[in-house]
Unconditional design. Structure first.
Length: 324
């Protein structure tokens, strides 16, 4: 370990409230930052802006500000993709899903959709294999224009080495998701149904369980301090890297997620650098497994796997916050 890594390792393993970015008020040891305090207010917003698809000046401004926003009236595919299309095109394709008991399961798409129609609570989470299948119908040049760049350094790893650019999400009414954040950013393209998103930003020292999972940050839900976004077809939501997020499914929902990474200047910024270096130093193996895994968020939310590796206190936290 070189000198720089040693300094970073020591800093990140010390008490989380010891150092704050220079553009924030430094807390002394007698007034620690509350673990769940939100830092959304630092972005100067109290709701996620909704911007018309033709207002490129505002779209670029919101993206450069680094906070979530919604693009309205957007179409980035050359043909409509719906749940009926899944049945018609890949009814016999085996997919991995979560069943009503929060356990990973495998079945054909046709069987899954039959159970969904019967009102059973199933979901497909971050299926990059399905994403690859349908990505040919989606135009990434729209997102390149939003970002102002065609590809970043870490995009090369994500898109070409890990071969992960698009992921399909399918969920049913009553499905909830855990509050988590990760290294990649996402453009969420809502295709069918409606879904409610909750978003929040917290620093490393504001996360209750930064080491509980090998590649995502986990946190408690605090609805009063979160941004709430209601998504419907024609909406695209930008979820920046390291912004906490979770969802509530209002109707049967289908969405395509474009996965990408930001420029290195984003990860080296005062807001993000400790979150980034913590991952690089404390859990590089988990990050490597994520990169090489078939699915983008392998085993995330599988109750049987949580039970094998977590303490009773951790399992209580997970159960209280919709991790399983």
């Amino acid at each position: 370990m070189n000198c720089t890594s040693m300094v970073l390792y020591t800093t990140l393993n010390s008490t989380y409230v010891n150092i704050m970015p220079s553009d924030h008020t430094v807390k002394d040891h007698h007034t620690p930052t509350p673990p769940h305090a939100s830092s959304v207010h630092e972005f100067g917003i109290n709701s996620a802006p909704r911007v018309p698809v033709d207002d490129w000046e505002q779209i670029r401004a919101c993206y450069q500000a680094g906070h979530p926003f919604v693009i309205e009236g957007a179409t980035v595919q050359d043909q409509q993709l719906s749940i009926d299309d899944l049945r018609e095109r890949i009814a016999d394709e085996e997919v991995t899903c979560f069943n009503p008991e929060y356990l990973s399961d495998k079945m054909t798409m046709g069987t899954l959709l039959d159970r969904v129609e019967q009102g059973e609570k199933y979901r497909i989470r971050a299926d990059v294999q399905l994403g690859k299948l349908f990505s040919q119908h989606f135009n990434t040049s729209f997102f390149e224009r939003v970002r102002g760049v065609k590809i970043t350094l870490m995009d090369m790893l994500l898109h070409f080495l890990a071969k992960k650019s698009w992921a399909v999400f399918l969920s049913t009414p009553g499905c909830k998701m855990s509050n988590h954040s990760h290294i990649n950013s996402t453009f969420v393209v809502q295709l069918e149904g409606t879904k409610t998103w909750h978003l929040d930003f917290r620093y490393l020292n504001q996360l209750e369980h930064p080491t509980l999972y090998p590649y995502d940050y986990l946190a408690k839900k605090h609805p009063a301090q979160e941004l709430v976004v209601h998504m419907k077809p024609g909406n695209i939501l930008y979820v920046p890297a390291y912004w906490l997020h979770y969802t509530d499914t209002d109707t049967v929902s289908l969405s395509m997620h474009y996965l990408f990474t930001e420029k290195m200047s984003y990860y080296f910024s005062k807001r993000m650098c400790k979150l980034f270096f913590f991952e690089m130093i404390r859990r590089p193996i988990g990050m490597l497994k994520l990169a090489l895994a078939r699915d983008n968020e392998f085993a995330f939310g599988d109750k049987s796997l949580w039970s094998k590796r977590c303490t009773e206190k951790e399992l209580t936290f997970l159960a209280e916050n919709d991790y399983y």
